[in-house]
Design a binder for this molecule. Structure first.
Ligand code: HAM
Length: 422
């Protein structure tokens, strides 16, 4: 029969006890560490559906963006309504606040979950990927900009990311953006025929996005183009410099006046975190201020800033190691004593929540079970057979120290031993 494969660009993640460096393990550890960072910053969780009305993304991410133009997973449901697997989380968060009529309050929210973009898969770029995001809602430009960079520094530190660089820019007010775009169009129009097809389309629909071009010819032309820094108010340039000075002890921060983001909703401060260790897809995090989005989606005037990070990209970069805790492989030699032996394991678990007790469920010889315990990197094997059950003794064998002898322990001593493990 023909085998069924997973879809292109979509991975299975299966954790492995044997190989801690495995990407799945790193993904799960990354998620755990991120959640604890978000808790440290007193940010609350929000969970929104994976499927949304297609119009939500058209009206937020923008129909000139690559995401909406080419990458949406959109379908007609049984009612012929166009629905879309979310390509990002920000639009859903705002939709949810508007729907619950809490778009007039302040919120600090985080989310984590799968996102879908129909992109060409390569290292660090998938069609289903996981994102964690943080949105600070109801806060005007000011302290929240600092909080964003502070969270990024904490992520870099906790995940021990190598060569992190935070790029920051300011897109100014709508007026700044308009004046800058007019100047850019005026400069580029006479050279239109030298631009690639994609950049010509950008020039017509969303000129700011030309700054993000990958076309070397356009990049050359842009060297002499007007710079957004010439259009920004003094206060915005000052803010970039203050942020750079405040955090540069913790992380390299570069002011990059050509940084524009791939989604249409940004206004004001924008940023991306990159690492040269990632290769071509070097951004592991991106975000910025989006003060107009809530109103644009039918809600109140709600100043907001946020960011999202690619979990797989963070996992590829992470050098964090799981906090070690003792692990016990619990071996029941014969199924005839399963109930009584399992009861011992069940009672032991309640004595120490910090350790793990893995009861081996399969039938097999003691030798094969010990092999399994070693393969799983267990620290100890606790072995119980019929004789042990009768005498009230169990066998404890250290697996981390191959030279140590196995010892017999009375059940009470085993309880003390388990209670004291770290
Ligand atoms: P974004 O820059 O489109 O921003 O995505 C954020 C991060 O998601 C990227 O930096 C990258 O690490 C990861 N990512 C994006 N596409 C892929 C992919 N195909 N495969 C693997 N990882 C990927 C946003 O999504 C905004 N919603 C961020 C935001 C939140 N802005 C304000 N609030």
């Amino acid at each position: 029969m023909e085998k069924i494969h997973s879809l292109t660009g979509m991975m299975d993640l299966i954790s492995s006890k044997a190989d801690k460096e495995d990407l799945s393990n790193k993904v799960f550890l990354t998620e755990k560490l991120l959640k604890s960072i978000f808790e440290n910053f007193s940010i609350s969780e929000i969970r929104t559906p994976a499927l949304e009305d297609t119009n939500l993304f058209k009206r937020s991410v923008g129909d000139t963006s690559d995401i909406v133009n080419k990458e949406l997973y959109s379908f007609l449901d049984k009612n012929k309504k166009s629905i879309t697997l979310r390509p990002e989380g920000t639009a859903s968060v705002i939709r949810s606040l508007i729907e619950k009529k809490i778009d007039g309050d302040t919120h600090k929210l985080w989310y984590l979950g799968p996102m879908w973009r129909y992109e060409r898969p390569q290292k660090g770029r998938y069609r289903q990927f996981y994102q964690a995001g943080v949105e600070m809602l109801g806060y005007e430009e000011g302290i929240s900009e600092f909080e964003m960079i502070s969270i990024i520094c904490e992520i870099n530190r906790e995940l021990r990311i190598e060569n992190p660089v935070i790029k920051i820019n300011h897109l100014g007010s709508n007026e700044t953006k308009k004046n800058f775009c007019d100047a850019l169009i005026k400069y580029l129009k006479p050279m239109k025929s030298d631009l690639g097809e994609k950049d010509i389309a950008r020039l017509e629909k969303n000129p700011l996005r030309i700054l993000d071009t990958k076309d070397p010819n356009t990049q050359k032309i842009l060297e002499k183009a007007p710079k957004i820094s010439n259009f920004l108010p003094e206060s915005s340039i000052k803010m970039l410099n203050v942020i750079k000075d405040t955090f540069s002890k913790d992380c390299e921060i570069n002011i990059d006046y050509s940084l524009v983001r791939g989604l249409d909703y940004y206004t004001g401060f924008v940023f991306e975190a990159v690492s040269s260790n990632l290769g071509a897809q070097d951004a592991y995090l991106g975000g910025g201020r989006y003060d107009g989005l809530c109103k644009q989606l039918g809600g109140k005037e709600l100043p907001a800033i946020g960011m999202a990070m690619g979990i797989e990209r963070l996992a590829l970069l992470s050098n964090a190691v799981e906090e070690t805790k003792s692990s016990i492989s619990f071996i029941i030699i014969s199924s005839t004593i399963a109930a009584n032996a399992y009861k011992i394991a069940h009672d032991l678990r309640s004595l120490n929540k910090k350790i793990s007790i893995d009861v081996q469920l399969s039938e097999g010889s003691l030798k094969s079970k010990l092999r399994r315990a070693n393969k799983d990197n267990a620290d100890y094997a606790v072995i119980i057979g019929e004789d042990e059950l009768e005498s009230g003794d169990v066998i404890v064998k250290s697996l981390s120290d191959q030279n140590s002898e196995q010892s017999n322990m009375k059940l009470n001593d085993l309880r003390d031993f388990i209670s004291n493990l770290k």
